[in-house]
Design a protein around this ligand. Structure first.
Ligand SMILES: *[C@@H]1O[C@H](CO)[C@@H](O)[C@H](O)[C@H]1NC(C)=O
Ligand SMILES: *[C@@H]1O[C@H](CO)[C@@H](O)[C@H](O)[C@H]1NC(C)=O
Ligand SMILES: *[C@@H]1O[C@H](CO)[C@@H](O)[C@H](O)[C@H]1NC(C)=O
Ligand SMILES: *[C@@H]1O[C@H](CO)[C@@H](O)[C@H](O)[C@H]1NC(C)=O
Ligand SMILES: *[C@@H]1O[C@H](CO)[C@@H](O)[C@H](O)[C@H]1NC(C)=O
Ligand SMILES: *[C@@H]1O[C@H](CO)[C@@H](O)[C@H](O)[C@H]1NC(C)=O
Ligand SMILES: *[C@@H]1O[C@H](CO)[C@@H](O)[C@H](O)[C@H]1NC(C)=O
Ligand SMILES: *[C@@H]1O[C@H](CO)[C@@H](O)[C@H](O)[C@H]1NC(C)=O
Ligand SMILES: CC(=O)N[C@H]1CO[C@H](CO)[C@@H](O)[C@@H]1O
Length: 646
């Protein structure tokens, strides 16, 4: 439940940044992971998840949380704190960001993350009194050096804030303004973790101020210590003291939060992943097969089964050096079998033994998907100490490595990209129109499109979410970073149809053309708009060419006009797929038709979601009279829409 909340909140953040009053300052300054591996996954993961959940409840009330859950070497100790100038809402947003990043330290047993607005740390021991350590460090801005006036004001402000904080509950801010000058003023924030006594806080901040002053005359400096954070800057990054009164964004979202929290319906899962429908025949078969022993024996006989020890050996006992990446549901390692075959082994984060029968079923369903544009599941190890899935190994990894990288992007000219697009479409048509079981992928994104040795597209990670749908504590949902791809009706209402995949696919099309990710933290551009909105605006203005990935134009094409019109057509289809109203979006088979037949006339696209710039309002068909019209966002309707599997 909390997770859904965070996703929604993050979504608001990304969409309504223009109307933001405060700033959660959720950009990451530094992450470091502890060097020890967790002791026992089966115990560690649930403890970690429970600690995060516990802290998130405290954060919403106090902008600070600490918790320890479990016993022995797998106890999870956690602490998270927002810096003193963040409002509760901004704090929740910053924490949400920290929480999505820190689990990436797994399988190491802890780590800490410093963001510009908050801090979070998890370990398997009690670290609450620690205030100094060998890894205390600082980061300096690299802009042109400032003048002597600024150096003076920064020194004064740092000493003032660091001096005041220990006696004021650990937090202080300071600003030293220099009269008559635009940019010689200095702004400082100092914050100790609330678990530290004043004298330890002082020791930490004394060290931090000394560190940070080594940055002068740079315009920015940040000290990242075990027990405190200190930053100075020449820009006023501090949030104003919270104002009261008025229906601010904060209060609207707080209301939305309250409503969403009360809805059990959502618990069905806005989990990222996949939803499978079964026709009645299969439903029956499934019920009959709910016997773990029987399934295990069937599987034991089938070619799908791999021995745990074989796989363990093939990956060098899950050696970090063989790690290929981290997917939604587990860590993927490269393995080489005794016969020389290369495979990708996915080690699932969390194994729920009593759901083994369902897991076997899903493996069977996934392995029944056989299409040239789907990554093949070769089998699993279902009976060893932990569940492993074995996939075909694809040497060129995933599409995001290419299109979002200015150098590797050159390897994909327009023809290759177009082939990848068509391959992805064909894979999706297959999943959506399979006669026995229709599958919604739910997590189409560039990193889930893998490339084989000839750079042909293969869709990965379909079929798993179903197995984990009921694992409320499953860690993967805390890691999912796919906000930019989620269809609005799915995100807000949990409504899941194939059109949610179509939406994500539309985003992907636009990304492939532009060579940029659909998110706002994209520093490479003046992204006040998301990529989709920006594509829509350029489309309306007839200037889509401005968005095209420079790598595409590098290549020598004989017929530049044909190239251009081909690219424009793909953007047009992308916009038809990302229309706000799901029923207007094309079906995947229709997409295949219009992409294959260049002469077919395309309708004009309707707007993508969140286009009303003044109010940032989602033009939602929400008709609850109790809700204020023109509220910033109408997710509040969640309460009485329902989850509509068909
Ligand atoms: C992990 O803990 C579980 C539950 O206590 C236990 O059954 C399992 O054997 C342990 N695994 C390892 C590798 O120690
Ligand atoms: C959260 O953690 C705190 C501190 O460890 C503990 O006192 C509290 O009972 C926990 N709350 C829940 C709901 O687990
Ligand atoms: C933390 O985990 C490591 C390795 O997993 C273990 O060796 C160590 O004893 C644990 N620490 C505590 C305090 O239990
Ligand atoms: C400090 O960080 C380095 C590199 O991240 C790590 O190897 C080292 O163990 C860390 N020290 C402590 C005390 O955690
Ligand atoms: C800001 O500082 C720079 C040098 O640090 C100076 O060249 C510039 O004129 C200043 N700008 C204003 C508006 O004072
Ligand atoms: C701050 O403390 C760390 C760790 O004890 C130490 O290495 C560093 O030199 C100190 N910095 C200053 C400026 O005293
Ligand atoms: C598995 O194979 C064994 C021997 O090959 C056979 O006796 C058994 O009936 C098979 N089990 C199933 C469920 O097919
Ligand atoms: C946003 O885009 C940037 C640059 O493309 C990327 O590094 C970052 O990971 C993205 N953030 C998310 C949350 O996807
Ligand atoms: C562009 C790129 O990296 N292509 C590689 C894809 O994988 C094959 C087989 O491993 C390599 O030969 C290519 O260089």
């Amino acid at each position: 439940m909390q997770r859904i909340l965070f996703l929604l909140l993050l979504f608001f953040l990304s969409l309504s940044a223009k109307t933001t009053e405060g700033d959660p300052r959720s950009s990451t300054v530094l992450v470091w992971c502890s060097t020890q591996l967790e002791h026992n996954t089966t115990i560690y993961v649930p403890n970690f998840v429970a600690t995060m959940e516990n802290i998130s409840r405290q954060i919403q009330a106090a902008r600070f949380g600490m918790s320890s859950i479990g016993s022995g070497p797998d106890t999870s100790y956690g602490l998270s704190q927002c810096y003193g100038d963040l409002s509760t809402l901004d704090c929740v947003l910053c924490y949400a960001e920290a929480r999505t990043i820190l689990p990436k330290c797994y399988p190491n047993n802890g780590g800490r993350i410093y963001l510009d607005g908050c801090f979070m740390r998890a370990e398997n021991y009690s670290f609450y009194d620690e205030f100094t350590g060998p890894n205390d460090t600082f980061r300096c801005g690299n802009s042109t050096p400032k003048g002597q006036l600024f150096v003076e004001s920064a020194r004064r402000a740092v000493l003032e804030a660091a001096g005041a904080a220990p006696s004021r509950g650990g937090y202080a801010r300071a600003a030293v303004a220099v009269a008559g000058s635009g940019n010689e003023s200095a702004y400082v924030l100092a914050d100790c973790w609330k678990t530290l006594k004043p004298e330890l806080c002082k020791a930490c901040l004394d060290n931090a101020s000394a560190s940070v002053m080594r940055c002068l005359p740079s315009s920015e400096g940040r000290a990242l210590n075990t027990g405190c954070f200190l930053r100075y800057s020449d820009t006023d990054f501090l949030n104003p003291a919270p104002s009261s009164g008025g229906l601010s964004r904060g209060s609207i979202i707080a209301m939305v939060v309250a409503i969403v929290s009360s809805v059990t319906v959502v618990s069905v899962g806005v989990a990222i992943g996949l939803y499978i429908w079964k026709h009645k025949r299969i439903e029956k078969k499934r019920k009959g097969a709910n016997d773990v022993e029987k399934m295990a024996s069937v599987l034991g006989n089938s070619s799908l089964n791999f021995k745990y020890s074989t796989l363990e050996k093939s990956t060098g006992s899950f050696d970090i050096a063989n790690k290929l990446g981290q997917g939604g549901f587990g860590t993927v390692y490269k393995g080489v079998l005794a016969d020389g075959r290369e495979v990708a082994v996915k080690r699932l984060f969390y194994n729920n033994r009593h759901r083994a029968a369902d897991f076997y079923n899903e493996v069977n369903i996934i392995s029944s998907c056989d299409h040239k544009n789907l990554v093949r599941l070769l089998g699993c190890s279902c009976s060893g100490p932990e569940s492993l899935l074995v996939y075909e190994f694809l040497p060129n990894k995933s599409l995001d490595r290419f299109i979002f990288d200015p150098n590797r992007g050159k390897a994909l000219d327009w023809e290759k990209r177009f082939d990848i697009i068509i391959g992805t479409v064909e894979g999706l048509v297959y999943l959506h129109e399979k006669p026995d079981i229709r599958i919604i992928h739910r997590d189409i994104k560039a990193s889930n499109i893998l490339l084989d040795s000839k750079l042909r597209a293969k869709i990965a990670d379909f079929g798993l979410a179903r197995s984990f749908q009921e694992d409320k504590s499953h860690i993967s949902t805390a890691i999912a970073g796919t906000l930019g791809y989620m269809a609005p009706e799915y995100l807000a209402h949990g409504q899941l149809t194939e059109k949610a995949d179509v939406y994500s696919f539309g985003v992907l099309l636009i990304e492939i053309v532009c060579g940029r990710q659909n998110n706002r933290s994209n520093k490479a551009c003046d992204c006040s708009d998301s990529l989709v909105i920006s594509a829509w605006k350029h489309f309306q203005a007839g200037t889509v060419e401005d968005l095209i990935d420079p790598n595409l134009i590098l290549h020598n094409y004989e017929n530049k006009d044909e190239l251009k019109s081909g690219i424009l057509r793909v953007v047009h289809v992308g916009l038809l797929c990302t229309q706000e109203i799901p029923s207007l979006r094309l079906s995947m088979s229709r997409v295949l038709q219009v992409l294959s037949n260049k002469d077919e006339e395309l309708p004009a696209p309707n707007n993508p979601p969140f286009i009303d710039e003044k109010t940032m309002e989602l033009n939602d068909t929400c008709d609850d009279p109790r809700l204020p019209l023109n509220s910033t966002y109408s997710v509040a309707c969640v309460s009485h829409s329902s989850f509509h599997p068909r």
